[in-house]
Design a protein around this ligand. Sequence first.
Ligand SMILES: *[C@@H]1O[C@H](CO)[C@@H](O)[C@H](O)[C@H]1NC(C)=O
Ligand SMILES: *[C@@H]1O[C@H](CO)[C@@H](O)[C@H](O)[C@H]1NC(C)=O
Length: 477
Amino acid sequence: MSRMVPRAVLVYLVIISVLAVSPGTWCREHGHMRRGWRNAAAVHGNHHQRHRHSEHRVPRWTANSIEFQETKIQVLASSSSPSSVPATFNVLDFGAKGDGKTDDTKAFDAAWYAACKLTGPTVLVPSGYTFLVKPISFSGPNCGPNIVFQLEGKIIAPTGSQAWGSGILQWIEFTKLSKITIKGNGVIEGQGSVWWSNSMADTTTGLNKMPSTKPTALRIYGSTDVTVTGITIQNSPQTHLKFDACTNVQVSGVTVSSPGDSPNTDGIHLQNSKTVLIHDSSLACGDDCVSIQMGCSDVLIHNVNCGPGHGISIGGLGRDYTKACVSNITVRDSTMANTLTGVRIKTWQGGSGAVQNVMFSNIRVSEVATPIMIDQFYCDKGRCENDTAAVAVSGVTYENIRGTYTYQPVHFACSDSLPCVGVSLTTIQLQQAQPSSHSNDPFCWETYGELKTTTVPPIGCIQKGKPSESPSQLITC
Ligand SMILES: *[C@@H]1O[C@H](CO)[C@@H](O)[C@H](O)[C@H]1NC(C)=O
Ligand SMILES: *[C@@H]1O[C@H](CO)[C@@H](O)[C@H](O)[C@H]1NC(C)=O
């Protein structure tokens, strides 16, 4: 072609020629380029099926016809092989309105039902929408493995009492699943203020009085290989995120947010769960940031910010004369700010079982009332019966706990009949937040173990070694 031909005409001819050549023919002739777009597709192709075309948008016109042809082939090729892309089930396609007012529960049920039979599907809750969803269970016994629940939008709980019947233990539940992933940048909003106080209720007519049983916002039950990542859970009526009877749990990048004075709003609650990793998460709530309950072992928590809240707690264990076994718990590299306690073990009198092998390491505290606590006389109701039986506590290591407290730096209250043993402290540095006010000294009762370094303040009340009498109660776990 001569250089008299205008550039626009040249580009036009290039388009015509590309469209006329089938991708197969073209690829055979240009095998090196085929490899090129294959690689690009492998990098970009496996997610966001709905956005596939926009990801491969044709670039602005240039005189470089090779670049243009390559892009065109990508578009044709990616739309011709959909079977390799895992299916996505967008709740909008199942009738959800996402206007924050319409009840979208049925649409969520339908999307789950359609997705669940497959292996590796994605249920998508898209961004830019607010979905009102009533109590719902994503139940798994007949589902395939590897379901991804991708939360990008917002799910809100109903605030009318009629949606909750006479009281229900959880709002959103995932049960009996294998390899379940809940991820995204979306929000689960529990609208808990209507539960925390009954100020919303018309006390004369009882209108909109919420049931006394408050729901957990998100509960995962009886599942293995559970991942929860990225999401925000806020203003739960009660606990925000609960794992019960789960194995191999990973939580990361999760935000929990509710007011410091909201009652019983634990951040993450673990029960009967094994091999749990919680990291890089930010937990602000009105009760324990993480609560580790009976039947948990092999739990690692690191790089968690807690506050406001009640700190990270093992227990309360042994309530109502129950047996509780908790072992192999590590909490490290975490911060607590403006919390009631920092790292705590709490057990009720009368229980049995044991807490064994616990490590609290590299914890920064700031204006925490009581940073270090073991309480074997735990009682969160008005009055508790005295009992000699106790959940045994042994092998608890505290190392490198630093920062400021507002009430008492260390409080160990162990059972008379079953003292705490193997309590070890290294590099403890706790200063009063306001040095002028009255300070409580470290307190120990029936606490045996060792100080491996000098501490600030000095903790003189730990008894060296082991109790002379053998335990009055057989410890079994
Ligand atoms: C706790 O850790 C110890 C030592 O690594 C191990 O022998 C034991 O089986 C663990 N216990 C549980 C319940 O995981
Ligand atoms: C339990 O024992 C403590 C300490 O001896 C005592 O002050 C308290 O009144 C007792 N509580 C009950 C319910 O008997």
